[in-house]
Design a protein around this ligand. Sequence first.
Ligand code: PLP
Length: 405
Amino acid sequence: MNMINRSERLNNVSYDLCGPLYERAKELELLGHNITKLNIGNPAPFGFDAPAAVTDKIIESLHQAQGYSDHKGILSARKAIKRYYTFKGIAGIHTDDICLGNGVSELIMQAVQALLNNGNEVLVPSPDYPLWTAAVRFAGGKAMHYRCDEEADWYPDLADIKSKINSRTRAIVIINPNNPTGAVYSKELLQQLVQLAEEHNLVVFSDEIYDKILYDGTVYTSTATISEEVLCVTFGGLSKNYLAAGFRAGWMLVSGAKYKAKSYLDGLNTMASLRVCSNVPAQFAIETALEGEQTILDLTLPTGRLGQQRAITYEKLTAIPGITCVKPMGAFYMFPRLDLKKFNIESDQQFALDLLTEQHVLLVPGTGFNYQQHDHFRVVYLPEPTELSYTLDKLASFLGSYQQV
Ligand code: PLP
């Protein structure tokens, strides 16, 4: 029989947040089990609402939004994005440098595909948000994973990055605030990363989709404010800061050394036009979101839902003998470490499958984030406090008697 095979481009391309464990969870649901899905950062199912003005604006705009928009997006949204980043300190932004997309996900694929030739290399953090590795591989590139150091609050290891730069290296990915670790980088660290990019003519991809989800008064610096001598592509959107992942609204902004990137900018333009435009009703909500009430700021206070859920998760996880965890300063994830010997774990995938089968809790193990060792997993702390506590108690009792076979 002549089989129909997937393209070779998809070899080594995976996205474990919706991978085999997720498929298994759906099967269990069909059998009538209630699964706590902590696999993906999707706030709405956990009772988070986008600011009312954002949803109202989409409803109000539906009539106007029936046609295609410009391939980069409607001007009012791009002007609002320009104001947002100009206020943050990024110099010389033009609305043409901004492109809207169906979430940041689509733009990551575009930005990477427009840059890479076969065999080009991109420095990607380990652990990472796995779409970055997937996008690089899909584009024919090689993801060179640089180490983020748990002992140093998950900061990137500069020496490791330096050792991985060569003539094939085209770009460096910075995810800040970080998913899955929750790390938020200091200005000094960003300066060092940008300096490396400048020295080696690398494009900086700065994924800043969580830039408003910060705890304990953490100060945030956008990478592109550091230097105008580097080409920086900054990514942001409505999915997290505005709790509106389903609207599929994201953007990317190119800034800095545009004078040496005309060909790449043309490529980005082609990529944007190939998919005609992004979801238009959501484009109308971008200005309202950026310039309206920032409900996320209250949620991240110690008394806010995210602040409380972060505290509960950290306390409950670190109270489990054999688990250690760095407290996240941004986003809504934790990336705890398991004492493998104590729990007799050899495969983190098997551990996650056993947890799902026995306790009906879906987590993504660390290797799903391109982390080499099998001793981590990611917790999404979006469930409300009672459900979160209950779920973490189930995890603790499961680990208490766990023996991998
Ligand atoms: N980047 C990071 C770091 C993420 O965590 C996510 C979603 O979880 C995305 C990008 C994609 O977001 P979206 O496509 O919803 O804008």
